[in-house]
Design a protein. Sequence first.
Length: 190
Amino acid sequence: MYPEGYTFLKDDLVKQWVAEGLIYTTEGQDSEKVAESYVYQLIGRSFIQPICVNYNNEVLSCQVHDMVHDLITHKSAEENFIMAIDYSCQKNVSLSHKARRLSLVFGDARYAKTPANIRKSQVRSVRFSGLLESMPCLTEFKLLRVLNLQLSGQGRHDDDIADLIGISEMFQLRYLKIACDVCIRLLSHV
């Protein structure tokens, strides 16, 4: 789940849906094309608002309409679809330990922690946005399929390196996106 007002790339959303196995196709159908058609259906119903459109009238980036975001937040908690923790607005969507999707928006919170009651072995998707020092231990998420990291090294030394070598042990991982302002260490075969 993206934070309220967040602009996301349509292609990223499509790839995340496919990686999580949320898109079902019949024989011969391209799962990314099917997912893209779902995005355009959501745009047509005004659930998603296009933000950037190219010269071919293809949507490049979107936002979820504010009222729809509130509905998604409510239904996600009700259906135990996602656990979302947002320290920037002190909002928790659901604190169920069974959630398979985890959204952690820690922002600049230095002492933010992932709730201890989460069964990390069941989580399939993690979106983390925050300080490098608050990032959860990724190797505990053994069956992760989607990993989206937005890391900030604010206040850290220039020679600090984010060690993400453990990602190479995530054999189920199908989608990885890392945006950061610090150096990271990855294995070459990730």
